[in-house]
Design a protein around this ligand. Structure first.
Ligand SMILES: C[S@@+](CC[C@H](N)C(=O)[O-])C[C@H]1O[C@@H](n2cnc3c(N)ncnc32)[C@H](O)[C@@H]1O
Length: 484
């Protein structure tokens, strides 16, 4: 449960514990979400997020016992939200991890043996040429770097025909913004040795019951970036005493499918284990209340508590929600062409073995073959706002987190002037906190969102005096994209 004083909400902290375990594109800090749930809903009021993403809001509702409806077209988002609502016990997770370790750690490590029987932690590659092998020392911290031997090359060769067994075929589109091409396959993103080892881990994960299986699979998706060949090698980092260092350091993978010439292959077991330990640590601090789960809108409406989480097009679901039933709509819709969620989530969804409905995504994509253009995006956003105004209670509040790289993408707000029952109260800026967001650092990337606050026309409550205290609060609609 995060801080919720009015001053915290425009300048949130970094993510901690469970909220930092898995990255999500455009993940939003929870300070403002927590503040509004805490102060503008009561008892078993219903909160709705039609564009769930990582689903952190679901836990904020769970903590406060509000009823919650969450929707997302991305199956990954649903898995992650379900995970947050049904966390396994730390001890159960740890014992599952130990079982897996006993069965396959050695097998995986054998694939990284060097000719003197040591286990490699990293390989440095330049395109398809293996340059160096790194190992962890038995004592001390400094790594051992050795030249590649024929033994290492033969090891690589022994996997050259390997085909992945546990991951479905991936769908890619040609999109220069994220460096993907429709000719790409999983073999362009991972070494075959890495895929062999991922298969070994997945064979074991499948043997566990659902909740623990989900936690383990998300540990795998969470570490998949570090397991891939998209990990940059950083050269000439830092100048000490006017000398440029030639030392190479391990970088990270960057938003998209960039395959750097100089890159690392990291020991798959180490990647998996370090993520699993992070999750275990976060789980230790959690004692959970059992949040009842519902299968349909009517079941949630009849009950006084619990959550309904749906993998669907939100407009389709919202049309089925009776009018004036939702007290707070708090959501962060896709921001035009800022982040193509489904295209970026394809590795995660393939590991989770989930099929994806690309057609229903509300997005502007640079992938021409998807034909996702701005006009359709604006139309769909208007539909979403229209449905929101229909289902909001008379005293309800509606928060939209938004920013866009161009003026035109704000056009959906026209609906407020013409044919909606909603009234704009004001907006405030919210800085992104960097940890755990896959931050878009390219030209035109933004680090600020606006939170637009709306209520029903005719609602007699005046929120102005309270909301005036939010740093940066303004009663003007923020129309201009702020590329910071
Ligand atoms: C900006 S993200 C939400 C991020 C979220 N606030 C967080 O903290 O992680 C927007 C989400 O909208 C989802 N989305 C796109 N089209 C959708 C649709 N038609 N129905 C429901 N969700 C959709 C995307 O999958 C993505 O997860």
């Amino acid at each position: 449960m995060t801080a919720k004083t009015i001053k915290d909400i425009s300048n949130p902290d970094t993510y901690k514990g469970m909220y930092s375990f898995h990255k999500y594109w455009g993940k939003k800090p929870t300070e403002s979400i927590a503040f509004f749930i805490q102060n503008y809903t009561n008892g078993s009021d219903i909160v709705l997020d039609p564009f769930l993403g990582s689903g952190l809001i679901s836990r904020e509702c769970l903590y406060r016992r509000r009823r919650f409806i969450g929707i997302d077209i991305n199956p990954f988002a649903i898995e992650h939200t379900n995970f947050l609502l049904e966390l396994p016990k730390a001890s159960v997770f740890q014992s599952a991890l130990q079982k897996i370790e006993t069965k396959i750690k050695q097998k995986i490590n054998e694939t990284y043996f060097t000719d003197n029987g040591e286990i490699a932690s990293h390989y440095l590659w330049s395109s398809a040429e293996l340059l160096k092998v790194w190992m962890k020392p038995k004592v001390g911290r400094s790594r051992i770097e050795i030249e590649t031997t024929s033994f290492d090359l033969e090891k690589v060769e022994s996997f050259s025909q390997y085909s992945i067994r546990n991951i479905r075929k991936l769908t890619f589109f040609t999109n220069s913004r994220i460096n993907s091409s429709n000719q790409m396959s999983i073999y362009d993103l991972f070494t075959r040795r890495a895929l062999h080892n991922i298969d070994l881990i997945m064979d074991e994960i499948k043997l566990f019951p659902d909740a623990i299986q989900r936690a383990l699979l998300l540990t795998l998706t969470s570490s998949s970036g570090q397991m891939s060949s998209m990990v940059f090698a950083i050269t000439n980092r830092g100048k000490t005493k006017n000398q440029v260092s030639n030392k190479i350091e391990v970088g990270s993978w960057v938003i998209g499918y960039w395959r750097p010439q100089l890159h690392f292959e990291i020991n798959v077991w180490n990647c998996f284990e370090s993520r699993a330990k992070k999750l275990y640590k976060a789980l230790i601090d959690i004692s959970d209340y059992q949040y009842p789960r519902h299968e349909s809108i009517s079941a949630l409406l009849e009950s006084k508590q619990g959550a309904l989480i749906l993998n669907d097009d939100c407009i389709n679901v919202m049309q089925k929600i009776p009018e004036k039933t939702i007290k707070l709509i708090c959501t962060d819709p896709p921001h035009s062409d800022r982040i193509p969620y489904l295209e970026l989530s394809e590795i995660w969804n393939s590991i989770l073995n989930k099929n994806v409905s690309f057609e229903k995504e509300i997005i502007v994509s640079n992938a021409k073959e998807r034909n996702k253009k701005k006009a359709e995006y604006i139309e769909k956003m208007k539909l979403f706002i229209g449905e929101s105004s229909r289902i909001l209670t008379d005293d309800g509040m509606f928060l939209i987190y938004f920013n866009a790289r161009d003026q035109e993408s704000w056009k959906f707000l026209e609906i407020l002037e013409n044919n909606s029952d909603l009234q704009f109260i004001g907006a405030f800026p919210m800085e992104y906190s960097a940890n755990s967001v896959v931050q878009d650092n390219r030209k035109g990337g933004m680090k600020t969102d606006y939170v637009l606050v709306l209520k029903r026309k005719g609602c007699s409550i005046s929120y102005k005096q309270e909301l005036d205290k939010i740093p940066g609060w303004s009663t003007l609609v923020p129309q201009i994209a702020s590329a910071t």
